[in-house]
Write a protein that binds this ligand. Sequence first.
Ligand SMILES: [Fe+2]
Length: 487
Amino acid sequence: MKRREFLIQSSLAAITAIASHQLPSQSTPIYKQYKSYKSWKSSNIFLQGINAPVFEEVEINNLKTSGKVPEELQGMYLRNGPNPMFKPSSYNYPLEGDGMLHSINFNRGKVSYKNRWIQTRGLTYEMFEGQEITELKFKNYANTNIIGYGNKLLALYEIGLPYAIDNNLETVGEWDFNGQLEQSMTAHPKLDPKTGELHFYRYSFFNSPYLHYYIADKNGNIIRKTPINVSEPVMFHDMVITDNYAIFFHCPLVFNLQQAKEENQPFVWQPQAGTTVILVDRHNNDKKPIYLQTDAFWVWHFMNGFEENGKVIIDFVHYPKINMESHWQAILNNKSNLQRMTIDLKTQQIISESLDDHYVDFPTINNDKIGQAYSFGYAPYIDTELLSKRKIPNYFPSLIQYDLAKKTHKIHQFKPGCYGGEAAFIPSSKGESELDGYVVTFVYNENTNTSDFVIIDPRNFASEPIATVHLPVRVPGGFHGNWIPNM
Ligand SMILES: [Fe+2]
């Protein structure tokens, strides 16, 4: 065939394909290895199996998908988690481990994956040395959460400043709100969907007052900073907002400097002190906080809070105590469940009730409902039988969808050998109801040692995912993630 004829025929074939809406067959993923680091193994249960770190940074375009990826998904799901680059001499989960970001990017029908370590200052020093530096044990790992705020991506770790990240997942550096934030910021700020304000706090171990509450406007300016008096320096991992209050649970996990130096364990559990619920007025800086005393318990994560008929309602994952041992039996013996605390603002009486008895954590909701009355929440399920068998935590065989109005739940069971993590809710742009959107999570498949990214229909929660993105690599179990829509 002559060159001219070939060109004409090729053009005609292309026009015919477009005219009859034929799409080119899905090509194989394009795998680009960016950097690879020396691998190692550990006997620590939080560095084994699903928790084991990965040692390659990659970018994979043209990912294979099954089902139908919703066209309206345009943006990036980002998840953070601990992934120590160098073998640690000791490991305190969940406080340690260099943060690694994993992203799934949806761009006009193409889906790609990328992972990058967050280049914190501490990690940079260690990379220069080529090994762990034990003096950096309490460094800012930036490993807990990643949020989109204003025009920034912020990787968060509660004992350090946020790290700004660019859209290519490259680390920009520490972000201190233009000099307005000192020392640290919680990894669980709350973005008020009504006002666009970011509500957050920082806690300190050394200087009283040990807690400071902040509000930043949608442009990144801190517009309020309120010191909160608390009796002792404790760890605060999460907070709740309602229309009128920012709420903190002062659980008795007390910082102890001596123990930090001697045993690498900076906290002591002191249940005799009980838990104090602190309600801070969101609108009046001069109003004194309300302090309410209750029995000791531990909370990592809140599901949500809201106000109704003179009452404040707070849903959270309740643990009888904190578990500080890196042993599977200790995790088995400290079973959590979803609970509701109702505070009567007039009588200041607290009523607690159990909402469900499944062992869960990492609760999430449709973030459009933060601080508002809501009905639906999501959490991965910790199967105690599986934990006893595996002796390694963080294998979540299913996700639970709670209907808190009807007090029922549905279970999305992953396929045999497949385990999910924290879910994120992506609201539909066309949506009006709390269920209009998509529930997504990474799922590790131990049969293939690779991971998938699943998209579940919240209205048919127990059914098969509506779409699955197949990765040729493994995404280790991690902490928290968020959907960052294209702007
Ligand atoms: Fe957390």
